[in-house]
Design a protein around this ligand. Structure first.
Ligand SMILES: NC(=O)c1ccc[n+]([C@@H]2O[C@H](COP(=O)([O-])OP(=O)(O)OC[C@H]3O[C@@H](n4cnc5c(N)ncnc54)[C@H](O)[C@@H]3O)[C@@H](O)[C@H]2O)c1
Length: 378
């Protein structure tokens, strides 16, 4: 899919509004105010006190604030919107922005469900605006090196991620039914798709809550995914595992025909194979700063960025498949998850134009795959 480009330059920066002034919103505000070629025009939050405190925290106390992000974008002549609201608000805020002619850079997850995510995919096809989802790990240079190493290993048998930490967040995460799978594991699931350049076929997952857990829902999970290539991806994690904690990125092993690549999540990955080649640096960017630079660049060039919404949806589908399998005790096929979400998306769509686009898709996989492979990272 082609999207509308927006010309900007260091002399004529891209004017953006940030929606959501919570914890992550503040991180984005710091990134936006430090970024070359980007100008912050306003901050929106339903909680105006939070918006006011956030603009003060980045040293811009006089900056425009408001409770409706798209309205604020109109008032401040913004050209794009960064959506850092809670997941339940991603669909409404992003849809409103796209139809107001604003390209969107949004925090993960793309939406609160795959069905709402499909509605957003179709909304970009109606409007021709770019919607890029920021999965911040994709912009980790170490993960990019691990990806380059993975390409040296020949056919890949197994990929594993161990994730063991013991954070006390308080708040909504400690009340969610599946805090680890829904709020955290999506980063690893998105990363494995990026590493292998390959999509998932099925998921089998058990989730559980250790008896000492301070979470109401399941803080631990083990999931096995079969990928299209036949590779098995094993995610083994817990959010109530004190002692010897892994990196927030998890600890990774890629096992292939020619050798193994290891990444502890914090340091450079290591390639274990005979006559290991030198791996060149692969990504010039990192974290949300990287996502922001890629968004600006994509709008300038019209080149599809990594994380463009069509390409991102399967990461959320992996979460839904794992949750479904954990609930039923049976493997979940990704095609079934997508089909159910598609039917739901058509049934619940409010906009006739978006509904028509959804109905005209030959299949969900085909719609999502539209040139989704081999998206350029730089
Ligand atoms: N990439 C990462 O590592 C990472 C880390 C943390 C959070 N996140 C993501 O960032 C997003 C925000 O998380 P957070 O921790 O900042 O949450 P938060 O609850 O601290 O802040 C969210 C803010 O959004 C506001 N909001 C809700 N609906 C809104 C609407 N319609 N319009 C404007 N504002 C609205 C809320 O009032 C709140 O201030 C989530 O999608 C979360 O998953 C990503």
């Amino acid at each position: 899919m082609r999207f509308r480009s927006v010309v900007s330059s260091p002399a004529q920066p891209l004017r953006v509004v940030v929606a959501g002034a919570g914890n992550m919103g503040r991180a984005w505000l710091a990134a936006v105010t430090a970024a070359p070629g980007v100008e912050l025009t306003g901050v929106a939050d339903l909680d105006l006190t939070a918006a006011k405190a956030a603009v003060a925290a980045v040293g811009r106390p006089g900056l425009a604030i408001g409770s409706d992000a798209v309205e604020l974008a109109g008032q401040t002549d913004a050209q794009a919107l960064i959506n850092v609201t809670v997941p339940e608000a991603h669909h409404s805020v992003t849809t409103a922005a796209l139809f107001a002619g604003l390209p969107v850079l949004g925090e993960k997850p793309v939406a609160e469900s795959v069905s709402r995510a499909l509605s957003l995919v179709a909304a970009t096809e109606v409007t021709g605006e770019l919607f890029m989802v920021s999965q911040s790990r994709r912009w980790n240079p170490q993960l990019s090196r691990l990806r380059a190493m993975t390409r040296q290993l020949g056919p890949i048998g197994t990929v594993t991620t161990d994730f063991f930490r013991a954070p006390h967040f308080g708040g909504f995460r400690e009340q969610m039914a599946q805090p680890l799978l829904v709020d955290m594991a999506i980063h690893a699931f998105d990363s494995v798709r990026f590493l292998l350049d390959c999509e998932p076929v099925s998921a089998y997952c058990q989730s559980y809550n250790p008896q000492w857990s301070w979470y109401a829902g399941h803080a631990s999970a083990t999931a096995v995914f079969e990928m299209e290539s036949g590779t098995r991806y094993v995610y083994n994690g817990s959010w109530c595992s004190p002692g010897a904690e892994t990196s927030w990125n998890g600890s990774w092993r890629i096992s292939g025909q020619n050798g193994t690549a290891l990444w502890n999540g914090d340091d450079d990955p290591i390639l274990h194979m005979e006559a290991a080649p030198t791996i060149a640096d692969t990504s010039p960017y990192s974290g949300i700063e990287g996502a922001l630079q890629m968004f600006v660049q994509a709008l300038r060039t019209g080149q599809r960025p990594s994380g463009e919404v069509h390409e991102n949806v399967m990461s959320l589908a992996m979460v839904e498949a794992a949750v479904q399998s954990a609930r039923t005790g049976r493997p979940a096929r990704l095609d079934d998850v997508l089909t159910r979400a598609y039917v739901q998306a058509i049934r619940t769509e409010d906009r006739p134009d978006v509904c028509r686009v959804l109905q005209n898709w030959p299949s969900v996989r085909a719609a999502l795959a539209t040139s989704s492979r081999h998206v350029k990272i730089r």
